[in-house]
Design a protein around this ligand. Structure first.
Ligand code: SAM
Length: 218
């Protein structure tokens, strides 16, 4: 999906998103937050934060930054932060997760909930998540992955032609991400449909070090 289609889809969804996708996608959000294991003082980035449904679930002693390309979704996230008095939310910014303005190694934890199957270039997204995550930080995804069940898989393939209207790719496969950056170290299944994934970090940092002869020697 091209970014303009994403923006148009989530402009349409913004007003009904919480009612339609709030409870339905909550098990995955909860499972990811549990897996995150935040420590006091850590900085967390949530990309594709949407209406901020997960924001009240972060511990109060971590600092959370959320980004999204949809101003309408962000507007609702900002209203939620004000309503709930979430002082641990540092910033909510309109930004493309495939091309972020943050310097490298900024965050301890980087999170993408139901986003990797929405963006135009999933591999570029994952590369960016690595870049902005500290070398000893961690990256977490929760998403639906294309089903291996022949009936459900065929249904997803059929639905995939309506991706622009739906606002996501029902047939998203992890194989769309090069194994070097998409190395998943842990997977847990949530309610049959979704998987929480922990990605091995440090790839981009090791690559930068290898390209820099001074750093490589030290
Ligand atoms: C399915 S919603 C998930 C929202 C939220 N994470 C949740 O759990 O409900 C996908 C979100 O990703 C955002 N998104 C899609 N492409 C993006 C991109 N390239 N950069 C930042 N956000 C993006 C959409 O605007 C939308 O808010």
């Amino acid at each position: 999906m091209q970014i303009e289609s994403v923006k148009a889809a989530y402009r349409r969804y913004a007003g009904i998103y919480d009612a339609v996708f709030g409870p339905m996608l909550q098990p995955g959000r909860k499972a990811l937050l549990k897996a995150l294991g935040c420590k006091p003082g850590e900085r967390v980035l949530e990309v594709g934060v949407g209406t901020g449904l997960a924001l009240p679930m972060y511990p109060r002693d971590v600092q959370v930054t959320g980004i999204d390309v949809s101003s309408e979704m962000l507007e609702r996230a900002r209203a939620r932060v004000a309503r709930r008095g979430l002082k641990n939310v540092e910033a909510l910014l309109e930004m493309d997760a495939e091309n972020m303005a943050f310097p490298e190694a900024t965050f301890d934890k980087v999170v993408a909930m139901y986003v990797v199957s929405v963006v135009e270039r999933p591999a570029k997204l994952i590369e960016e998540l690595h870049r902005v995550c500290k070398p000893d930080g961690e990256i977490f995804l929760v998403n639906h992955i294309h089903s291996r069940n022949p009936v459900i898989g065929a249904l997803e393939k059929g639905l995939a032609r309506f991706s622009d209207a739906l606002g996501w790719h029902p047939d998203f496969e992890l194989a769309q991400i090069p194994s070097e950056i998409g190395q998943v170290t842990e997977v847990s299944r949530v309610a049959f449909f979704w998987k929480v994934m922990r990605l091995k970090n440090g790839v981009m940092h090791r690559r930068a070090q290898a390209a820099d002869p001074i750093v490589a020697r030290t």
